[in-house]
Design a protein around this ligand. Sequence first.
Ligand code: FE
Length: 349
Amino acid sequence: MSVSDYQLIEAWKEVLTLSRLEAGQTVTILTGPTTHPQTLACALIATQAMGAVVNRLDLPPVNGEKAFSRDPLAYLGTTPLTGNLPAIAALKASHLVLDLMTLLFSPEQHEILKGGTKILLAVEPPEVLMRMVPSLADRARVLAAAQQISVAREMRVTSSAGTSLACPLGEFGPTAEYGFVDEPGRWDHWPSGFALTYPNDCAAHGTIVIDRGDILLPQKHYVSEPIVLTIEDGYATRIEGGVDASLLGDYMQTFMDREGYAVSHIGWGLQPRARWSTLGLYDREATIGMDARAFEGNFLFSLGPNNEGGGRRTTACHIDVPLRHCTVMLDDEIVVRNGRVTDTAVTTS
Ligand code: FE
């Protein structure tokens, strides 16, 4: 269902207020060929209504000829900012960047953040943004989970489907994604609602079973038969199963890069307004799948780079996989039991 411009402008104002936008500050709205026109138009009005000095920076796409998927998260590394010094300078000179284009996992993004600029990514369709307008409660919950991660030495994940994964922790800090940017140099994504970290380099080991109904991203596909990943020394060394396993394996081979098989971010979903089933209601190119990443109680693991978390691994390949019905332990504490978060009575499924 569509949403009205008025609704979306009000939602933007709420997110910008949570992000502590003040009159007189400079906002640059980053756009590209896939930017949603209503999201852009309403962001322009909301930022001006709040007294900001507003710019728009529209950049041409890159990597289309290399990527095998049209998903903006399917091919990482170089971005329209790579080697684009005037564009980088404009973003660094801004208090806030609204990224309606998708700048994830790029060194240029790190450089801009380091200077204190905040970046908020918002590329999901307007009705998804509206449904998941972030709140202070989201922030508190995600930060509490990140705090738990920060003191843990190991994350263990099990499931009745056969997952048994051990991830030593400590090398990389936690990341809290709660949907707004209230601190200088902060990056976040509206919508989101999860906490994550990265296993110590080359240390994750065990077995991950992607079971029926679990989701592959960027494939945006509900798996119909189990895929078994063998994880050794931090890498998926075997991908076994039926057609779904072959499809995943063939896609990953297109990158011709061993680093794409490394275990990347690991964490769990904490967003009660995100739903497992939503992805099935959308055309695949209409969403990047944030419902799938954020729904409450999923164990979200990924394969690919860890530079976003402070590591040295870069690769163009990145697969996100939300698993249902897992039990997640931080040291001896269960934080998700059989797909249900243990921190609160708030449950929606
Ligand atoms: Fe990811």
